[in-house]
Design a protein around this ligand. Structure first.
Ligand code: SAM
Length: 283
């Protein structure tokens, strides 16, 4: 799969539900506006199998909260049985991870991102649950483990240092993420640019690398790796090799694209989706 900008597509981000056990006001819901009926575990397998034939090698499972799907283990098992899929990762709020980590690993999950925006009770996250989730994920060998922190002005921006210490203590990678605008009033009030923080990291880091995907910088510092995700950075989409599938089984070319989503059927639906990628790429 090569899109019209010449990018080879080998990553799939698939949402398996829009239901969630948390209600974060700023959640982008993976860009799904009016999700229809959730696709079945069999349909997910068919979709991923077809996409694998066209070059998908890495799959990220997301939601909603993927772990609230009762058949999540079967979904992971099904994906993992597909030839050519090399990596299955998941982004989760971690609330059910302690209980499911071992079974997920056996089912074929390789690694996890755990959403945790606050160490206090300011945001609807429970730090004890996250700590236990990390412990369980480590124990069974899900690796690497990343903590996702969406940084919000006047809500959790003062917690960055604490979060760095937490990530060090627990030996996980910390991803600091700039807010994506899903509600302009909220965005204007709470968008927190990470440029100044990055300048500090640059001085402290023993090494800095820029990942191809999303031009994310990774700072290697004393006992910790911090990754900075800036969705509005001009080269964010330039090397994007990802395609999305929504929880109701539509191909979605990009988080930001919501019109003309194609119901996944066959090669022609993939082709159509690739033609609309990506509004932000400069060619
Ligand atoms: N429930 C899971 C979780 O908490 O990770 C998966 C779904 S959630 C939509 C996936 C990730 O999207 C979160 O971990 C968070 O880092 C990121 N996210 C959600 N809303 C965002 C926003 N408005 N801007 C930037 N990132 C966001």
């Amino acid at each position: 799969m090569i899109d019209k900008h010449g990018r080879k597509i080998d990553h799939l981000r698939i949402s398996v539900t829009q239901r969630c056990n948390l209600k974060c006001e700023y959640c982008h819901h993976e860009g799904e506006l009016n999700p229809g009926k959730e696709v079945s575990e069999h349909e997910i397998k068919r979709i991923v199998k077809t996409l694998a034939r066209f070059g998908i090698k890495k799959v990220k499972i997301t939601g909603g909260e993927p772990l609230i799907r009762k058949d999540i283990l079967q979904i992971v098992r099904n994906i993992s049985s597909i030839k050519d899929i090399e990596e299955i990762s998941m982004t989760t709020n971690g609330f059910l991870l302690e209980k499911l980590a071992a079974k997920l690993k056996i089912a074929g999950l390789t690694r996890v991102n755990i959403g945790c925006d606050s160490l206090t009770s300011v945001l609807p996250k429970n730090i004890e649950k996250v700590r236990n989730a990390i412990r369980a994920a480590k124990k069974v060998g899900l690796n690497p483990i990343k903590i996702n922190m969406v940084v919000l002005k006047e809500i959790n921006d003062k917690e960055i240092e604490k979060m760095i210490s937490f990530a060090k203590e627990n030996q996980v990678i910390l991803q600091l993420i700039e807010l994506i605008n899903i509600d302009t009033d909220f965005y204007k009030k709470h968008y927190f640019p990470l440029d100044n923080i990055e300048k500090k990291f640059e001085k402290k880091a023993s090494a800095v690398i820029t990942r191809k995907m999303h031009a994310r910088k990774q700072y290697f510092m004393d006992n910790i790796i911090i990754e900075v995700v800036k969705p509005y950075k001009e080269d964010f989409c330039k090397n994007c090799t990802k395609i999305r599938v929504t929880s109701d089984g539509k191909i979605k070319p990009c988080l930001m694209i919501n019109n003309n989503l194609t119901i996944f059927k066959n090669k022609s639906s993939i082709k159509k989706a690739l033609e609309t990628r990506c509004v932000y790429a400069d060619d």
